[in-house]
Design a binder for this molecule. Sequence first.
Ligand SMILES: Cc1cc2nc3c(=O)[nH]c(=O)nc-3n(C[C@H](O)[C@H](O)[C@H](O)COP(=O)(O)OP(=O)(O)OC[C@H]3O[C@@H](n4cnc5c(N)ncnc54)[C@H](O)[C@@H]3O)c2cc1C
Length: 391
Amino acid sequence: MTKRIGIIGNGVAGLQLAYALKQEFDVTLHHYEDPADIRQGRIRSTQVHFHPAVERAQRMPAVDEAPLIQTIHFSMGAQKLFVGRLAGPAKSVDQRLAFAAGMSDLMRQGVVFRKDRVMPNEIGSLAETYDLLIDATGKAGPLFPFPVEQELTPLQSPQRKCIVGYFTGVSPVAPAGVSITVLPGAGELFEIPAYTEKGPVTILFIEAVPEGPLDAFKGIKSAPDFEERMRATVQQHFPAIEARIHAEHFALVDHGAYLQTAITPVVRRPYAMHDDKLILGCGDSVILADPITGQGCNTASYCAEQLVATLLEHQESPWDEQVGLAYWSRIRPYVAAVTDWTNAMLGPMPGHIVQLLMQAAGDQETADRIAHWFEQPSSAYAAFFQSSERS
Ligand SMILES: Cc1cc2nc3c(=O)[nH]c(=O)nc-3n(C[C@H](O)[C@H](O)[C@H](O)COP(=O)(O)OP(=O)(O)OC[C@H]3O[C@@H](n4cnc5c(N)ncnc54)[C@H](O)[C@@H]3O)c2cc1C
């Protein structure tokens, strides 16, 4: 008999899982937002999918208009250091557009969608309904209390305030890419070319050290106030970006195109048994990181791929704790590398990394190697911790 899988969550993890699992299993997706609500709602992320994640999302509706991100530009304060080339093109497609299109497409393809906001006390009865329940509820989750992995969870509070707006009126950097400006002690600004339902935008994403000079958006609750504060902050701290702003066109692309949040990173063991039923976690619900390295979607997509591979390997056997352990064993090295690298980026830059960044200013090969960190976090881990393995 075809096994039945329930997925809770319609984000990066939930949608990628539904596309892959519907080939072999009977899939039901639980969600509480409709495509129309998502389209008209607030932005959620800056969602750069580096090339491996772009490849893994091939089954989802393509957004060919999205600008290709080919490079990483890196500046320290006012000093531009290098432009590293990515191995393959990355993309940032507004999740409001991507999630709504993915849901509508899956509905057309016959995946069952259940509209309900699942409550933690419903997890037991829901688990009984399926052969496997997957908690992909993102950072609002998890609904199931998966135990925290203490070794991978060293931080107890947010290390940055995340401040994001999608803007028109900013000329993109050339060659097309993500531009990172680090202000030591104050935080970072990421400039990202992205695509929304209203066309191309430039995302300005500030990672502000709490109470520092970039933590300047407290109490801002309206789009016009946000626009004004972003303009003033860029003017004061990021003159190279200010020089590319066209004042008369500088505006949020829509009234929902800004967000403020702060994240305490936490990694949980992503499997558990509820009576005799297996429950797995995938994405932010179990692997939650600060977005400073732009890895959350990429990790969610990697874990979804590995989850599917684990289930296919055990298709004919019972889905029990051993299958959960097999999934966790597959993803743990990647999760550990991306977690340690990302948490290290939140602290003061280690001396040997500063040296490497300086070296990249005069050496294209080093610059390209640094750009590649974002596509392959294990190489970033190796550079930061001067070790090739993370066990
Ligand atoms: C400011 C910021 C910038 C970021 N930039 C990047 C970046 O550039 N690159 C990158 O890779 N990552 C980035 N991330 C992280 C990335 O957005 C997340 O890691 C990714 O979206 C996680 O996917 P997910 O499927 O786990 O969760 P989500 O995409 O959040 O999806 C979870 C879904 O579950 C649904 N849900 C929640 N609770 C329930 C419930 N009780 N019942 C039913 N449904 C429920 C929600 O409605 C939601 O649609 C960023 C994050 C932030 C905050």
